[in-house]
Design a protein around this ligand. Structure first.
Ligand SMILES: CC(C)(COP(=O)(O)OP(=O)(O)OC[C@H]1O[C@@H](n2cnc3c(N)ncnc32)[C@H](O)[C@@H]1OP(=O)(O)O)[C@@H](O)C(=O)NCCC(=O)NCCS
Length: 170
Protein backbone atom coordinates (compact mmCIF):
# COMPACT_ATOMS: atom_id res chain seq x y z
CA UNK A 1 0.00 0.00 0.00
CA UNK A 2 1.40 3.37 -1.07
CA UNK A 3 0.84 5.72 1.88
CA UNK A 4 2.38 8.77 0.23
CA UNK A 5 0.29 11.80 -0.81
CA UNK A 6 -0.22 12.30 -4.56
CA UNK A 7 -0.86 15.34 -6.72
CA UNK A 8 -4.56 16.32 -6.31
CA UNK A 9 -6.82 15.65 -9.25
CA UNK A 10 -10.09 17.41 -10.09
CA UNK A 11 -13.05 15.09 -10.22
CA UNK A 12 -16.70 15.51 -11.07
CA UNK A 13 -19.29 13.75 -8.89
CA UNK A 14 -22.62 12.53 -10.29
CA UNK A 15 -25.26 9.87 -9.66
CA UNK A 16 -24.16 6.46 -10.91
CA UNK A 17 -25.98 4.83 -13.82
CA UNK A 18 -26.11 1.34 -15.33
CA UNK A 19 -23.09 1.99 -17.55
CA UNK A 20 -20.89 2.54 -14.47
CA UNK A 21 -21.49 -0.91 -12.98
CA UNK A 22 -18.37 -2.54 -14.45
CA UNK A 23 -16.08 0.23 -13.24
CA UNK A 24 -17.72 0.37 -9.79
CA UNK A 25 -17.28 -3.40 -9.37
CA UNK A 26 -13.66 -3.02 -10.48
CA UNK A 27 -13.10 -0.52 -7.65
CA UNK A 28 -14.36 -2.99 -5.05
CA UNK A 29 -12.31 -5.86 -6.49
CA UNK A 30 -9.21 -3.78 -7.28
CA UNK A 31 -9.03 -2.49 -3.71
CA UNK A 32 -9.30 -6.04 -2.37
CA UNK A 33 -12.45 -5.14 -0.42
CA UNK A 34 -14.26 -8.28 -1.57
CA UNK A 35 -13.20 -11.51 -3.22
CA UNK A 36 -14.98 -12.27 -6.51
CA UNK A 37 -17.18 -14.85 -4.76
CA UNK A 38 -18.17 -12.30 -2.06
CA UNK A 39 -19.71 -9.80 -4.49
CA UNK A 40 -23.32 -11.02 -4.15
CA UNK A 41 -24.45 -8.46 -1.57
CA UNK A 42 -22.59 -5.72 -3.40
CA UNK A 43 -24.29 -6.57 -6.70
CA UNK A 44 -27.69 -6.74 -4.98
CA UNK A 45 -27.14 -3.23 -3.60
CA UNK A 46 -26.23 -1.90 -7.04
CA UNK A 47 -29.13 -3.54 -8.85
CA UNK A 48 -31.63 -2.43 -6.18
CA UNK A 49 -30.47 1.15 -6.70
CA UNK A 50 -30.54 0.96 -10.51
CA UNK A 51 -34.03 -0.57 -10.58
CA UNK A 52 -35.33 2.07 -8.18
CA UNK A 53 -36.49 -0.66 -5.79
CA UNK A 54 -34.22 0.43 -2.93
CA UNK A 55 -35.82 3.70 -1.84
CA UNK A 56 -33.37 6.27 -0.50
CA UNK A 57 -30.34 4.26 -1.61
CA UNK A 58 -27.85 6.27 -3.66
CA UNK A 59 -24.68 5.49 -5.58
CA UNK A 60 -22.37 8.28 -6.69
CA UNK A 61 -19.36 8.14 -8.97
CA UNK A 62 -16.44 10.55 -9.18
CA UNK A 63 -15.13 10.83 -12.74
CA UNK A 64 -11.80 12.22 -13.89
CA UNK A 65 -11.21 14.65 -16.76
CA UNK A 66 -11.36 11.72 -19.22
CA UNK A 67 -14.75 10.56 -17.88
CA UNK A 68 -13.28 7.49 -16.22
CA UNK A 69 -14.63 6.43 -12.83
CA UNK A 70 -12.07 7.52 -10.21
CA UNK A 71 -14.18 6.53 -7.21
CA UNK A 72 -17.62 5.54 -6.01
CA UNK A 73 -19.80 5.86 -2.93
CA UNK A 74 -22.99 4.16 -1.77
CA UNK A 75 -25.15 5.50 1.04
CA UNK A 76 -28.55 4.60 2.40
CA UNK A 77 -30.73 5.17 5.46
CA UNK A 78 -30.14 2.97 8.52
CA UNK A 79 -33.40 1.05 9.00
CA UNK A 80 -32.98 0.72 12.78
CA UNK A 81 -31.86 4.27 13.54
CA UNK A 82 -33.55 7.65 13.76
CA UNK A 83 -32.53 9.63 10.65
CA UNK A 84 -29.18 7.85 10.65
CA UNK A 85 -27.49 7.16 7.30
CA UNK A 86 -24.87 4.58 6.40
CA UNK A 87 -22.01 5.14 4.04
CA UNK A 88 -21.98 1.49 2.97
CA UNK A 89 -19.24 1.74 0.35
CA UNK A 90 -16.49 4.16 -0.56
CA UNK A 91 -13.52 3.48 -2.79
CA UNK A 92 -11.12 5.31 -5.06
CA UNK A 93 -9.26 3.82 -8.02
CA UNK A 94 -6.28 2.02 -6.45
CA UNK A 95 -3.91 3.59 -8.99
CA UNK A 96 -5.19 7.02 -7.94
CA UNK A 97 -5.45 6.92 -4.17
CA UNK A 98 -4.87 10.13 -2.29
CA UNK A 99 -5.71 12.44 -5.14
CA UNK A 100 -8.99 13.73 -3.74
CA UNK A 101 -11.66 11.42 -5.20
CA UNK A 102 -12.62 9.96 -1.82
CA UNK A 103 -12.86 13.42 -0.22
CA UNK A 104 -15.00 14.76 -3.08
CA UNK A 105 -17.36 11.83 -2.73
CA UNK A 106 -17.74 12.16 1.05
CA UNK A 107 -18.30 15.92 0.70
CA UNK A 108 -21.07 15.26 -1.83
CA UNK A 109 -22.69 12.61 0.34
CA UNK A 110 -22.74 15.03 3.27
CA UNK A 111 -24.11 17.87 1.10
CA UNK A 112 -26.89 15.67 -0.29
CA UNK A 113 -27.85 14.53 3.21
CA UNK A 114 -27.74 18.03 4.69
CA UNK A 115 -29.93 19.22 1.80
CA UNK A 116 -32.59 16.72 2.93
CA UNK A 117 -32.81 18.62 6.20
CA UNK A 118 -32.78 17.53 9.83
CA UNK A 119 -36.19 15.88 9.41
CA UNK A 120 -34.49 13.26 7.19
CA UNK A 121 -30.80 13.14 8.08
CA UNK A 122 -29.06 13.70 11.40
CA UNK A 123 -26.10 11.35 11.54
CA UNK A 124 -23.79 9.62 9.05
CA UNK A 125 -21.95 6.47 10.07
CA UNK A 126 -19.39 4.33 8.31
CA UNK A 127 -17.95 1.01 9.36
CA UNK A 128 -14.47 -0.16 8.62
CA UNK A 129 -11.96 -2.71 9.80
CA UNK A 130 -9.18 -2.49 12.36
CA UNK A 131 -6.82 -4.37 10.02
CA UNK A 132 -3.61 -2.87 8.63
CA UNK A 133 -5.16 -2.88 5.16
CA UNK A 134 -7.68 -0.25 6.30
CA UNK A 135 -5.19 2.03 8.07
CA UNK A 136 -5.56 4.53 5.23
CA UNK A 137 -9.37 4.40 5.45
CA UNK A 138 -9.28 5.07 9.21
CA UNK A 139 -6.92 8.03 8.73
CA UNK A 140 -9.18 9.25 5.94
CA UNK A 141 -12.38 9.27 8.03
CA UNK A 142 -10.66 10.80 11.07
CA UNK A 143 -9.31 13.54 8.79
CA UNK A 144 -12.77 14.19 7.30
CA UNK A 145 -14.21 15.08 10.71
CA UNK A 146 -15.66 11.69 11.68
CA UNK A 147 -15.35 10.54 15.29
CA UNK A 148 -14.05 7.04 15.97
CA UNK A 149 -17.24 6.19 17.82
CA UNK A 150 -17.37 2.46 18.53
CA UNK A 151 -15.48 -0.78 18.28
CA UNK A 152 -17.10 -4.18 17.84
CA UNK A 153 -14.32 -6.52 18.78
CA UNK A 154 -13.60 -9.67 16.73
CA UNK A 155 -16.32 -8.74 14.23
CA UNK A 156 -14.60 -9.50 10.92
CA UNK A 157 -12.50 -12.37 12.22
CA UNK A 158 -9.96 -13.34 14.88
CA UNK A 159 -8.17 -10.16 15.90
CA UNK A 160 -10.10 -8.05 13.38
CA UNK A 161 -12.50 -5.52 14.88
CA UNK A 162 -15.21 -3.39 13.32
CA UNK A 163 -14.59 0.33 13.82
CA UNK A 164 -17.61 2.63 13.51
CA UNK A 165 -16.95 6.23 12.50
CA UNK A 166 -19.66 8.79 13.24
CA UNK A 167 -20.46 12.33 12.09
CA UNK A 168 -23.24 14.69 13.10
CA UNK A 169 -24.85 16.33 10.06
CA UNK A 170 -26.95 18.96 11.81
C1 LIG B 1 -10.08 5.38 1.77
C2 LIG B 1 -10.21 5.94 0.36
C3 LIG B 1 -11.65 5.86 -0.10
C4 LIG B 1 -9.79 7.43 0.39
O1 LIG B 1 -9.97 7.98 -0.91
P1 LIG B 1 -8.79 8.80 -1.59
O2 LIG B 1 -9.31 9.42 -2.85
O3 LIG B 1 -7.60 7.95 -1.68
O4 LIG B 1 -8.54 9.92 -0.48
P2 LIG B 1 -8.25 11.49 -0.61
O5 LIG B 1 -7.27 11.76 -1.68
O6 LIG B 1 -9.53 12.22 -0.68
O7 LIG B 1 -7.55 11.65 0.81
C5 LIG B 1 -7.75 12.75 1.63
C6 LIG B 1 -6.99 12.58 2.92
O8 LIG B 1 -7.34 11.37 3.61
C7 LIG B 1 -6.18 10.86 4.30
N1 LIG B 1 -5.74 9.60 3.69
C8 LIG B 1 -6.25 9.01 2.59
N2 LIG B 1 -5.62 7.85 2.34
C9 LIG B 1 -4.69 7.73 3.30
C10 LIG B 1 -3.70 6.75 3.59
N3 LIG B 1 -3.54 5.66 2.83
N4 LIG B 1 -2.90 6.93 4.67
C11 LIG B 1 -3.02 8.03 5.44
N5 LIG B 1 -3.94 9.00 5.20
C12 LIG B 1 -4.76 8.83 4.16
C13 LIG B 1 -5.10 11.91 4.12
O9 LIG B 1 -5.24 12.85 5.17
C14 LIG B 1 -5.50 12.52 2.79
O10 LIG B 1 -5.02 13.80 2.60
P3 LIG B 1 -3.48 14.01 2.09
O11 LIG B 1 -3.22 13.01 1.02
O12 LIG B 1 -3.50 15.44 1.63
O13 LIG B 1 -2.67 13.77 3.32
C15 LIG B 1 -9.29 5.20 -0.64
O14 LIG B 1 -7.96 5.27 -0.19
C16 LIG B 1 -9.67 3.76 -0.91
O15 LIG B 1 -10.39 3.49 -1.86
N6 LIG B 1 -9.13 2.81 -0.10
C17 LIG B 1 -9.39 1.40 -0.30
C18 LIG B 1 -10.82 1.05 -0.02
C19 LIG B 1 -11.24 1.49 1.36
O16 LIG B 1 -10.54 1.31 2.34
N7 LIG B 1 -12.45 2.06 1.44
C20 LIG B 1 -13.05 2.47 2.68
C21 LIG B 1 -13.69 1.27 3.27
S1 LIG B 1 -14.64 1.67 4.70
Amino acid sequence: VDLSPQVPQSVFVRAADAEDVGQIRALALGNGMFAPDEMGGFDDGLSGYLSGAAEGHSWLVATDAGGRVAGAAYFAPEPFGDRVWNLYFLAADPSNHRRGAGSSLVTHVEQLLRAKGEESARVLIVETSSSAAYEGARAFYAGRGFDREAVIREFYGPGEDKIVFWKLLV
